[in-house]
Design a protein. Structure first.
Length: 296
C-alpha cells in the first residue's frame, strides 16, 4: 500500500467497482536485471504480478501490454470493470478487489459485518465467472478497540463468510499493513495477530497477504517470519524500505534472498510488485524489479 492517497482513493470505490532519478544506477550483481528481461522466458520459480495503482499515470491498456512483455502474468488490485482489459492481454488478476468498505472499515467491527458479508457474497460469482479465486479484505482500524476484541469480532464476521467462500472456492486474503507510517490505527499490523485470526477462522479459504514492505517497518525479521508462518500466507507484496521506492540496492531489504526463502517454502502463488517508482522511467524500474525477484 502507498504512503500517500493514491491507493486510498482507489479503494474508496472498492464496493461495486469492480527529485526524480533519471540517471541509471550502478547496481551490484545481486540486484542487476538480466539481459533478457524483456523476454517472457523467465526462470519460473516466481509468478510475477504487479499493482497497477503504482503506475496509474499509464493507461491500463498500455500498462498491460508492457507488463506482458516483461513476463508478468498478473495485474492486480483491480475490480470487475478492469478485468476485461486484462483478458485482452491474456493476463490474470492474482488479487482482485471489488468488495468491502475500504481499509478503515473492516471485519474487526461488527457494525460492518452484514454489509461486508453481503458485498463479498455478491462478488464471489463474478470472480468465479472471470476465472479468479482470490479477493482482498481488511481488518479495519482499531478506533479504541483492544486487539483481542478485534480478533474475536473479525473471526465471527469471517466465519459467516467462509461457507460461501468455500462453496465458490475463493480465498479471502487479509492484508497486513503498517500502522507506523502509512495506515495509522490499522489493526492487522502484526503477523502474530493475523496468524491468530487465521487459526480462529479455521478455513483454508482465509489467508494473509504478507506485505514485505509493511512488515519490515512493523517488525522486521522477514525471512524467519516467512519460514515460520508461510502456511498462513496466500499472497506477497514488495516495496523498498524506507520510502516505498524501488527494491534495488538503494534500500535495506535483500529481495533476492527473500524470494529464495519464499520459493523454499514451496509457495506456488504470486508475488506482486507494489513499490512507488521514483525514477522518471517507471517501467524501467518495474523491469528491474522483475529481474531482482526472478530467482533460480
Amino acid at each position: 500500500m502507498k504512503p500517500n492517497t493514491s491507493r486510498r482513493s482507489a479503494l474508496k470505490n472498492i464496493v461495486g467497482s469492480a527529485a526524480v532519478l533519471s540517471a541509471p544506477l550502478t547496481l551490484s550483481k545481486a540486484f542487476a536485471a538480466p539481459d533478457n528481461l524483456l523476454s517472457p522466458e523467465l526462470k519460473g520459480k516466481i509468478n510475477h504480478s504487479v499493482c497497477h495503482w503504482c503506475y496509474n499515470k499509464i493507461p491500463l491498456d498500455d500498462f498491460c501490454r508492457e507488463a506482458k512483455a516483461m513476463g508478468i502474468s498478473s495485474v492486480e488490485l483491480l475490480g470487475p470493470k478492469e478485468w476485461p482489459t486484462l483478458k485482452k492481454y491474456d493476463l490474470t488478476c492474482a488479487l482482485p478487489n471489488g468488495a468491502g468498505m475500504g481499509i478503515s472499515k473492516g471485519f474487526n467491527d461488527p457494525q460492518y459485518h452484514d454489509a461486508l458479508v453481503e458485498s463479498y457474497e455478491a462478488l464471489f460469482p463474478k470472480l468465479v465467472e472471470a476465472g479468479y479465486n482470490t479477493v482482498i479484505c481488511f481488518s479495519g482500524n482499531r478506533n479504541g478497540m483492544a486487539d483481542e476484541k478485534g480478533l474475536e469480532n473479525a473471526a465471527i464476521g469471517l466465519k459467516r463468510l467462509m461457507p460461501s467462500a468455500e462453496k465458490h472456492k475463493v480465498t479471502v486474503i487479509m492484508e497486513l499493513l503498517n500502522s507506523k507510517v502509512n495506515h495509522p490505527d490499522y489493526m492487522c499490523d502484526k503477523t502474530a495477530w493475523g496468524v491468530e485470526l487465521c487459526k480462529r477462522v479455521g478455513s483454508e479459504r482465509f489467508k494473509l497477504l504478507y506485505d514485505i514492505y509493511h512488515m519490515q517497518i512493523m517488525e522486521g525479521d522477514v525471512i524467519a517470519t516467512i519460514k515460520k508462518n508461510h502456511q498462513y500466507f496466500g499472497h506477497y507484496h514488495t516495496g523498498g524500505v524506507p520510502g516505498r521506492a524501488e527494491i534495488d540496492e538503494t534500500q535495506e531489504l535483500n529481495y533476492p534472498a527473500i524470494m529464495k526463502a519464499i520459493v523454499d517454502t514451496g509457495y506456488k502463488g504470486f508475488v506482486a510488485q507494489e513499490f512507488i517508482p521514483k525514477r522518471s522511467d517507471a517501467l524501467a524500474s518495474l523491469k528491474q524489479s522483475i529481474g531482482i525477484c526472478d530467482v533460480a
